[in-house]
Design a protein. Structure first.
Length: 174
């Protein structure tokens, strides 16, 4: 076993020992940490199976040509609008958005489109925006989206150009 793997195993073991000792001694911060861990694991068990089934269906049903046509190298403003609308419908946040982004990359989507998708999935999901509107108001949410989305697209384009100049290539799987 590699040294890095042993260190990871030791830290995970120490973490669970800490949680166990916290329960035995009644140490409240440790109990809260355990509760949040259990809550997070429960959330993952609910979301991930459905998300990965949908990602698998996306891989099989959506043809590479369709992605290249609408989100590929020759895409214009329409591609950014499509991907922002697509990102707004994502459930599960970045946990689901990252595998979808990888799938889009494999199907020939432009790098700036992928960056826009990841950023838009983080800031403009429909359920999150509706929740925000109920607390902060419609005006605030509209202003936030009108300011943040052009910045997301601009920074995505800049990042794509920067990485292209540097001859960036995605690492291949072993």
């Amino acid at each position: 076993m590699e040294k890095n793997n042993r260190i990871k195993i030791i830290f995970v073991g120490l973490y669970f020992i800490f949680l166990t000792i916290s329960f035995l001694t009644g140490y409240m911060p440790g109990k809260k940490i355990a509760f949040h861990l259990f809550s997070f694991i429960t959330y993952m068990i609910k979301i991930l199976p459905c998300a990965f089934i949908l990602i698998g269906l996306f891989e099989v049903w959506i043809k590479r040509e369709l992605i290249e046509k609408h989100l590929g190298k020759e895409t214009g403003v329409k591609g950014y609008i499509w991907i922002i609308l697509f990102a707004g419908t994502i459930a599960g946040g970045l946990i689901v958005a990252l595998p979808v982004a990888y799938s889009l990359y494999n199907k020939g989507a432009r790098l700036s489109i992928i960056f826009t998708y990841i950023s838009a999935a983080a800031i403009c999901r429909i359920p999150m925006t509706l929740f925000e509107m109920s607390f902060m108001g419609i005006k605030f949410s509209i202003v936030r989206l009108l300011v943040s989305l052009p910045l997301v697209v601009a920074s995505s384009i800049f990042l794509e150009k920067y990485l292209t100049i540097r001859n960036y290539k995605m690492a291949k799987e072993n």
